[in-house]
Design a protein around this ligand. Structure first.
Ligand SMILES: Cc1ncc(COP(=O)(O)O)c(C=O)c1O
Length: 455
């Protein structure tokens, strides 16, 4: 196994940083001038881009992004999945123009026909019979968690260490001593002690799940079908089925968030793997870049909620904590309809998955050739390399393999050679416009920049 030479890494990183700074004077100037923005960026995560300042967007189409310095990139970040349909897909743009311009009525608090079409399509893909819309996956999770608590009369949510489900207070938890959940490092001012709202378990460890559920206070297990926010950590055979059985045995709901794992296929991982959640959550990509999100619930969950709303002890029609003014608006639902109908089609998924398979093989070939102690995982159209071999089995193992210096080097070296990887770890996503030549470019550049490191 080849060892990493930190001195060499530091020198390579410095050279990439200098090249990045030199090649992007306009982005650097704009960043320096942005003194009226908190952290100098429109949203604080935009400081995640390595290199001291982010690239400023000029334009983007398909899987190409051009910055204000005139550099064009093959984009594998795709807005961290928000642009899985590609940037500004033609069908989505046409539907948005029609609704916003021709018809008018971006947001009216009135239903439009599109929402019904989208609900039926989401049922066809993911199987849940009843749908409601939001403007983000975070909100879909938040509102669905409230419904899960109402339906079960239980206070807690079970999550996995190093999961991410948006800025959902309950989810920033790690398993602590005595079976109590504790706050994850960096959690910004949690409103209450996490132990009051959450139980935390370890991914791929059904014993830890059972121990948490046995307390009898878990309303829902909230999980992705594969962890995707600490690298990709795939479920081992039997793990997802085990979650379903344990949830049923202990009277908890199974809530599956496919915001990222939708990459697994046209009907997400739940269709690919035959999973049966009680609540389903999705967001980001299904509106082709227009703000959207959705949750689907089973009839049993709906009935349990309705019993409370009819009894008058919960209000989902007025300001009871579920819903939002702009959610389900006509622009968002028009965008979802066009994107699902014409862009994120079965043929698009087949193409994207094939390319991700080639991407993964290209990365693996370099790792094998240079005997690099890393691994690469794939979930449909998404692939990710991680600095551990064998691939981590849990969030804790994957977190232990994190390396900010390596991340920074790889991100910058890629950007300097015309490739954008997601700024969070090393995820690459294919979109319908990604080509074999784009993937081959990554394979070549990956060999070059990893080769420079493990000479
Ligand atoms: C699995 C999952 N759920 C929910 C979210 C939250 O999405 P948003 O930030 O669009 O609300 C994310 C964001 O990365 C996610 O990865």
């Amino acid at each position: 196994m080849t060892d990493l030479d930190r001195t060499r890494l530091a020198a390579l990183l410095e050279a990439e940083q200098a090249a990045y700074s030199e090649n992007h004077p306009r982005s650097r100037d704009l960043f320096d001038e942005a003194t009226n923005l908190f952290g100098r960026v429109p949203m604080t995560w935009m400081n995640m881009w390595s290199g001291g300042f982010p690239l400023y967007l000029e334009r983007a189409r398909g899987n190409r992004v051009t910055d204000v310095d005139g550099c064009t990139y093959v984009d594998f970040a795709l807005g961290d999945t928000g642009a899985m349909a590609g940037h500004s897909p033609a069908a989505t743009v046409a539907a948005v123009q029609r609704r916003a311009g021709e018809l008018g009525g971006i947001t009216t608090m009135l239903p439009s026909e599109d929402a019904q079409w989208v609900g039926a399509e989401l049922e066809r893909r993911f199987g849940m019979p009843l749908w409601s819309f939001t403007l983000s996956a975070t909100d879909a999770n938040r509102w669905a968690i409230r419904l899960a608590r109402l339906a079960t009369g239980r206070p807690k949510v079970l999550v996995f260490a190093y999961c991410y489900h948006g800025s959902v207070d309950e989810a920033f938890a790690l398993p602590g001593p005595d079976g109590k959940a504790e706050s994850r490092p960096g959690n910004v001012a949690p409103p209450v002690d996490l132990d009051l709202t959450t139980r935390a378990a370890t991914w791929n460890d059904l014993e830890s799940v059972e121990a948490a559920l046995a307390h009898g206070d878990v309303a829902a297990i909230l999980t992705e079908p594969a962890l995707t926010n600490i690298g990709i950590v795939l479920p081992e055979p039997g793990f997802m089925d085990g979650l379903r059985s344990l949830a049923t045995r202990y009277g908890s709901l199974l809530m599956i968030d496919e915001t990222h794992t939708f990459s697994a296929g046209w009907g997400g991982a739940i269709r690919e793997w035959g999973l049966q959640p009680d609540i389903f959550v999705i967001g980001k990509s299904i509106g082709g870049g227009i703000a959207c999100g959705a949750y689907g619930i089973s009839r049993d969950v709906a009935d349990a909620v309705t019993r409370h709303t009819e009894a008058g002890d919960a209000d989902i029609v007025d300001v009871g904590g579920v819903g939002g003014t702009l959610a389900g608006n006509a622009l968002s639902t028009a965008a979802m309809r066009a994107t699902l109908d014409e862009v994120l089609t079965p043929a698009a998924f087949a193409h994207m998955s094939d390319l991700a398979t080639t991407f993964t093989a290209g990365v693996q070939a370099t790792l094998d050739e240079l005997d690099v102690p890393w691994s690469v995982s794939r979930l449909g159209a998404r692939a990710e390399y991680r600095f551990a071999r064998p691939a981590p089995r849990s969030g804790e193992e994957s977190a232990a393999a994190a390396d900010d210096q390596l991340d920074a080097y790889l991100h910058l070296a890629m950007a300097n050679r015309g490739i954008l990887m997601t700024p969070f770890h090393n995820m690459a996503l294919m979109c319908p416009e990604t080509t074999r030549a784009d993937v081959d470019l990554h394979t070549e550049v990956f060999r070059e920049v990893v080769g420079a490191l493990f000479r």
